[in-house]
Design a protein around this ligand. Structure first.
Ligand code: SF4
Length: 65
């Protein structure tokens, strides 16, 4: 299992992460992304990686337990 983390200082709010993985990420009213889960379910592992790769600010990290 991996844990998704957002670096709020880097996030610019373009929501590419949400487009790739709406089950995992959302963007708040301030335009900063946040995570919806503590751990990425196995069936969303590919979506989580794609979202991290799609982030142009490199604001998403996935840490393995
Ligand atoms: S794609 Fe990256 S910078 Fe854009 S909202 Fe998602 S985490 Fe933030």
């Amino acid at each position: 299992m991996s844990r998704p983390l957002i670096d709020a200082n880097r996030c610019e709010g373009h929501a590419r992460c949400v487009a790739r993985a709406p089950e995992l990420f959302d963007v708040d009213d301030e335009g900063v992304s946040f995570v919806l889960v503590e751990e990425v379910p196995a069936h969303l592992a590919d979506a989580a990686r794609e979202a991290a790769q799609a982030c142009p600010e490199r604001a998403i990290s996935l840490t393995d337990d």
